[in-house]
Write a protein that binds this ligand. Structure first.
Ligand code: PLP
Length: 399
């Protein structure tokens, strides 16, 4: 039976201090103690339920974290100021000088840049691999490897990671499997498939309003406590803390996540099907032609569909740009990076979100110039949207 993440979120119940239907917002950066002894214990990490200082935790951040932990089926979670503010402390908590990471080569541009350009300065080396080939992944593991890193559905090529297979490798070699699940919230539950740590950029589908950045790390109590440790916790010390006001607004947006994901998925599969029938090179995990279609189906929580992300390849950057500009003019979506908005968003990843990846490597991984990444919106009448998009494609000579 598949996991029911939205039901787990719904089963949580928090009240405000006056019986409010939403929890009260904790409007404080610091917290008083009735006794000096309790303050000391809290610094030592021995006073459960006591709040110390807002960079450590706040009631509002804990409410949001518990909802996200319920969604992913982990013991607990720590919310952060951005997705990168979740990814970087996790990797720095798990790795130090002379340690090694095996990472998928098709990952978010910022994560790629962090592993390629930044962590080597700290003596942390990364080998980038084709994550869909488990034998290649295993061959890259060395005695110094500490972490296996991937995205469940990768950015921007929509490759699908075999999380169960990777988890078996991680266990065999005593590694931590860290999965960025930003592209497939609700649809895929990586922790249920064996991931040790699940990360999201809340900026995207989970908040869904394109009005803030945010992130979360979902994992065991032990690991999350380590991250927040006042002496050596990377989240605590690097300081990418979410503000309580923002945590409360993200939590409220999460209430509609299941409805939005279903609509994103329904709209995306409709368009992907049509685009493919029209002869466009279309990549969408819900299409039977996707190389990992069956794997996705095996992993997914069926009711949420295959997600809102799809790509088409229109052959050249010029055509991609002309098409995106025209679609924006016709109000079919926005030429913008990011994803998970009510409106369709599109961009050419080769020259934008993945521009951190050198051209040579882009080619090798199949990231071509004419690739357009779509985050399909919540359009009420997707058939109408399709007809209007098709008109644009004909006008710029893509069809
Ligand atoms: C956007 C994104 C991130 C980074 O999140 P921010 O909130 O922008 O810091 C990480 N991973 C994936 C897959 C993303 O799409």
């Amino acid at each position: 039976m598949s996991y029911k993440p939205a039901d787990k979120i719904q089963d949580l119940q928090y009240f405000g201090e006056f019986g409010g239907v939403n929890p009260s917002i904790s409007d404080a950066s610091t917290y008083t103690f009735l006794s000096a002894k309790t303050m000391f214990d809290t610094f030592e990490g021995n006073a459960d339920g006591c709040y110390l200082y807002a960079r450590h935790s706040t009631p509002s951040n804990l409410y949001l974290g518990e909802a996200l932990a319920a969604m992913e089926g982990t013991e607990t979670a720590n919310v952060t100021a951005s997705g990168m503010g979740a990814i970087t402390p996790v990797l720095l908590q798990l790795c130090g000088a002379n340690d090694h990471i095996v990472s998928s080569r098709t990952i978010y541009g910022g994560t790629y840049a962090f592993l390629k350009n930044f962590t080597p300065k700290l003596g942390i080396a990364t080998t980038f691999v084709d994550i869909t080939k488990l034998d290649v992944v295993e061959a890259a593991i060395t005695k110094n490897t500490k972490v296996l890193y991937c995205e469940s559905v990768s950015n921007p090529l929509l490759e699908v990671a075999d999380i169960k297979g990777l988890s078996a490798l991680a266990k065999k070699h005593h590694l931590q499997l860290v999965v960025d699940n930003t592209f497939s919230p609700l649809s895929i539950s990586p922790a249920k498939l064996g991931a040790d740590i699940v990360i999201h950029s809340l900026t995207k589908f989970i908040n869904g309003a394109s009005d803030t950045v945010g992130g979360v790390v979902c994992g065991s109590k032990e690991f999350i406590n380590d991250l927040r440790n006042v002496n050596d916790g990377a989240a605590m010390l690097l300081g990418a803390t979410m503000d309580s006001l923002r945590a409360s607004s993200v939590l409220k947006n999460m209430r509609t996540l299941h409805i939005r994901i279903k609509q994103h998925s329904n709209n995306a599969i409709f368009l992907a099907d049509k685009f493919q029938s029209d002869g466009l090179k279309t990549v969408y995990p819900g299409l039977a032609t996707h190389p990992s279609h069956r794997l996705f189906k095996k992993m997914m929580n069926t009711e949420y569909g295959f997600g809102g992300m799809l790509t088409i390849d229109v052959g050249s950057l010029d055509k991609a740009n002309a098409l995106m500009e025209l679609m924006q003019q016709k109000n079919l979506g926005y030429l913008a990076v990011s994803l998970g908005f009510y409106k369709t968003l599109f961009s050419a990843p080769g020259s934008s979100t993945s521009s951190e990846i050198p051209e040579e490597e882009q080619k090798e991984m199949g990231l071509s110039d004419g690739l357009i990444r779509f985050s399909i919106g919540l359009d009420n009448d997707i058939e109408r949207t399709y007809i209007l998009m098709k008109n644009c494609m004909k006008e710029v000579g893509v069809l």
